[in-house]
Design a protein around this ligand. Structure first.
Ligand SMILES: [Zn+2]
Length: 444
C-alpha cells in the first residue's frame, strides 16, 4: 500500500482539497478529502486523473517541425508522411515509438490509442511474424510506461474518387492485408495483456470499400472501432459522389456507428451526421493541434456534445504532444468560431482529456475507489501556472508543468523526469537516421 497526498485534486465531484489516496495492487483503495498529510508521500500542485491520448500515429513524430516550408496542403503533407513510413522496420519503429510514448508519459498521458496501419515490409512483403510492427508498438509502450490499445487498422485501397476506389500505390502497399477477411485473421493473432488491448479501425471511407465494411463489422462486433471521418472536404465530396451519402451515413449504414465507435476528427459534419453520432452515443475524437497544423478546419465539438455524443482527444500526428493544450484548444477554437467564451466548461474539458473508455479502458480516468491508480501531478508554482485557480488548470498549464505521472500505481515520471532518462536524446537518436535518409533522397 502506497499513500499520496496533495493540496488539490480534480475528482469526479469536482475540485477537492487536502486529498489523500491509498494505492494497492494498481488501484485506488481509498480517496479521502479534507484530511491532513500524515505520513503520506506529498505530491505537488493539483492532481489530475491520467490523460488518454485516443488517436496516435507514433511514426508521425518524425515529421515535427519539418513540414512547414513552402506551404502545401494536407495531401502534400501526406507525401512527406509516406516518405518516413517507407523507411521504418520493426527495430527502428520500436525505438521511435518508445521515445514518442515516453514523451506522452511526460505529458501526463497514461493510455494511448495507436491507429496502426504500417503493418508490412516494403512492397507489402510479410514479416516472419505478420504482427512484427504491432508487437514493436506493444514493447515500446511497455518500456515507456503507458497502456496501449492497438487500433489495428484495415487499409485496402489507395483512395476514393467519384468513379470509385483507386489502387494502392508506393508505400501504401505496406498498409494492406489484401481484404478485410485477411486483415481480421491477422489481427486475431494479437493477444491482450495487462497493459495492452487489441482494438480495430477502418482507416477511412477512402481506404476501405463499402462491401468490405460489412466484413469489418462482423469481425469486430462488440469491440472498440475507430475511423478517420470527414477530416477534409475532399473526402466528403468523393463519398457523396460515389456512395451518395456522407462518410458518417456510409459507416452507419454498415452498422459501425454505435457507442463503441470513435469518429476521428469529425471536422466537416452535416447536422444529420451530428445527430446520428449523438443518438448512437458515439465518440468524436478531436485532434485540435493536428487539425490546425494541417489546416483541416474546426469541428463542431459543442454541437456534438449537445447532441449526446462524447468527445475525446488525440495528438494524432504529434506536431504537439500536450493533451492539456489540445483540451484548451477545443474551447479556444469554439471561441474563435462563435465569438463566445465558456463554450466547453473546464470540467467537460477534463472529461474529453480522460476518455480512456473510448479506447477500451473503462476503469481508468477517474480518481475514485476501485479505479486504476493513475495520477498526474501538475505544478501550480511554475512560470506558466503561478496564480492559476487549480480548478481551471487546464486553461493555463502545459505538458512542461507535469511533475509526477503514476500509471496503475507505478511511478513513470517523477520530478519531471521519465524513468527512461533523457527523452530528448531518445527522440533525437530515433529520428536522426530517418532524417539523414530523407535528406539524401531529396532532389538537388
Ligand atoms: Zn490520424
Amino acid at each position: 500500500m502506497t499513500t499520496y497526498w496533495a493540496e488539490f485534486a480534480l475528482l469526479p465531484s469536482g475540485l477537492a482539497q487536502n486529498v489523500r489516496v491509498e494505492v494497492a495492487a494498481g488501484r485506488f483503495a481509498t480517496v479521502q478529502t479534507d484530511v491532513p498529510q500524515g505520513d503520506a508521500h506529498r505530491l505537488p500542485g493539483v492532481l489530475l486523473p491520467g490523460l488518454a491520448n485516443c488517436h496516435s500515429h507514433a511514426f508521425h513524430r518524425a515529421l515535427r517541425g519539418r513540414t512547414h516550408h513552402g506551404g502545401g496542403t494536407f495531401w502534400t503533407w501526406r507525401e512527406q508522411m509516406y516518405a518516413v513510413a517507407g523507411r521504418l522496420d520493426p527495430d527502428s519503429y520500436l525505438a521511435l515509438a518508445r521515445a514518442t510514448y515516453a514523451e506522452m508519459a511526460l505529458a501526463g498521458i497514461t493510455s494511448v490509442g495507436e491507429f496502426h496501419y504500417l503493418h508490412h515490409a516494403p512492397g507489402g512483403v510479410r514479416y516472419a511474424d505478420r504482427n512484427a510492427m504491432g508487437e514493436a508498438l506493444r514493447q515500446a509502450a511497455r518500456d515507456a510506461g503507458v497502456r496501449l490499445t492497438l487500433l489495428d487498422t484495415c487499409y485496402l485501397t489507395g483512395g476514393l474518387t467519384g468513379d470509385g476506389h483507386t489502387s494502392l500505390a508506393g508505400v501504401q502497399e505496406r498498409f494492406t492485408d489484401g481484404d478485410a477477411s485477411a486483415w481480421a485473421e491477422r489481427v486475431r493473432d494479437l493477444k491482450d495483456d495487462s497493459g495492452f488491448r487489441v482494438g480495430a479501425a477502418v482507416h477511412s471511407v477512402r481506404a476501405v470499400p463499402g462491401d468490405q465494411l460489412a466484413v469489418v463489422r462482423a469481425a469486430t462486433h462488440g469491440q472498440t472501432v475507430h475511423a478517420h471521418v470527414s477530416e477534409q472536404p475532399a473526402e466528403n465530396d468523393a463519398c457523396q459522389a460515389y456512395y451518395g451519402r456522407t462518410p458518417v451515413e456510409h459507416l452507419a449504414a454498415a452498422g459501425l456507428v454505435d457507442d463503441r465507435f470513435s469518429a476521428v476528427h469529425a471536422t466537416h459534419l452535416t447536422d444529420t451526421d451530428i445527430a446520428r453520432l449523438g443518438a448512437a452515443s458515439a465518440t468524436a475524437c478531436f485532434c485540435p493541434t493536428t487539425e490546425r497544423d494541417l489546416a483541416d478546419g474546426i469541428g463542431p465539438a459543442r454541437a456534438l456534445l449537445d447532441a449526446g455524443a462524447r468527445v475525446s482527444l488525440g495528438s494524432d500526428q504529434h506536431a504537439v504532444i500536450d493533451l492539456l493544450e489540445d483540451a484548451r484548444a477545443l474551447e479556444m477554437h469554439e471561441r474563435l468560431n462563435t465569438l463566445q467564451r465558456g463554450r466547453i466548461q473546464p470540467e467537460e474539458l477534463l472529461t474529453t482529456a480522460t476518455a480512456h473508455d473510448s479506447i477500451g479502458w473503462p476503469d481508468a480516468g477517474r480518481m475514485e475507489r476501485g479505479a486504476r491508480a493513475d495520477l498526474v501531478a501538475v505544478r501550480l508554482d511554475t512560470i506558466r501556472t503561478a496564480g492559476s485557480d487549480p480548478g481551471q488548470i487546464l486553461l493555463s498549464a502545459t505538458a512542461s508543468d507535469v511533475d509526477t505521472v503514476i500509471r496503475d500505481g507505478e511511478v513513470v515520471v517523477a520530478n519531471g523526469q521519465h524513468r527512461l532518462g533523457d527523452i530528448g536524446r531518445l527522440l533525437a537518436d530515433a529520428i536522426g537516421p530517418l532524417l539523414d535518409q530523407r535528406r539524401n533522397q531529396e532532389p538537388p
